[in-house]
Design a protein around this ligand. Structure first.
Ligand code: SF4
Length: 277
């Protein structure tokens, strides 16, 4: 078997070779995320990585300029071990130039700017990181609590190292009761971090314990668009914005705040369609 399934990657990594240097998610406690609940987290051994690279080369060929390091939080690896794995990838795929990986605030808390600069020198370009919310009460409720100022400090280290930081916020994560608070606190958090990319995902309740809570179950399409509009309206930092994941009911993209007017008009049109339906 080429990969340990299920396998996930961000939409923007559709053309990257996925190399599984770890399996699962080291944290794996977020109540809204069923992605890796069936997998026990582990770091692959150097021998496993070498065998995996041989298998990938025989299936996909040697020309692989972009590589996504899986699974859900490859940056939890010790920096030296991750650098060794990236060197193995470059020797198996000599055209590999741009590496990307998911990280979490928990794994990145252990990475200094120096660690991040070494990873950048080895080819790391983009870190995808789920902020999920800037509202601490929401984060507490869904099992991914960290104080907002600490998240800002960790994320700014990634930006300071010159890496692309692509953050994700989950629309609906505050339920109906905290919708506005979640939207505005999340926009404030993004503004303080200044990530290169910001994506909005839509909370999907299937296979999560949140499905049992009326506050989440009652969050409808109109709530989704209102919350998205509140978030977009409050973004002040320059960031490439996307809400075009398979979970998003309407695809939105642009550069904020430059394209705010157009994006808000698209959201208003979607809201009007909801109201007329
Ligand atoms: S949201 Fe991220 S950190 Fe949380 S369980 Fe899922 S993959 Fe792990």
């Amino acid at each position: 078997m080429l990969y340990s399934e299920p396998l996930f990657r961000p939409p923007a990594e559709a053309h990257s070779l996925i190399v599984q240097v770890t399996e699962g998610c080291a944290y794996n406690r977020c109540l809204f995320c069923p992605m890796y609940k069936g997998k026990e987290f582990r770091v692959h051994s150097p021998a496993e990585i070498a065998a995996h690279l041989r298998d990938l080369g025989s299936v996909y060929g040697p020309d692989q300029p972009r590589v996504f390091l899986a699974d859900g939080d490859a940056l939890v690896m010790e920096t030296d071990a991750l650098l060794a794995a990236m060197a193995k990838v470059r020797s198996a795929f000599p055209t590999a130039r741009r590496f990307a990986a998911y990280g979490s605030v928990f794994s990145l808390a252990a990475k200094s700017v120096e660690d991040l600069l070494r990873l950048k020198a080895a080819g790391l370009r983009t870190v995808y990181l789920g902020l999920e919310s800037g509202d601490e009460e929401t984060l507490r409720r869904v099992g991914k609590y960290m104080e907002a100022p600490r998240m800002v400090e960790i994320c700014r280290r990634v930006v300071a190292a010159g890496l692309n930081l692509s953050v994700m916020v989950v629309i609906g994560l505050g339920g109906r009761s905290r919708s506005r608070i979640h939207a505005e606190a999340s926009a404030r958090l993004v503004n303080e971090i200044g990530p290169s990319h910001t994506s909005l995902l839509n909370l999907l309740l299937a296979h999560t314990p949140l499905a049992a809570e009326p506050d989440y179950r009652d969050f409808g399409l109109g709530d989704y668009f209102s919350e998205t509009a509140a978030f977009v309206a409050a973004i002040e930092c320059r960031t490439i914005f996307r809400a075009n994941h398979a979970s998003n009911p309407v695809a939105l993209e642009g550069v904020l705040p430059r394209d705010r007017g157009r994006i808000l008009a698209q959201i208003q049109a979607a809201l009007a369609r909801c109201a007329g339906a």
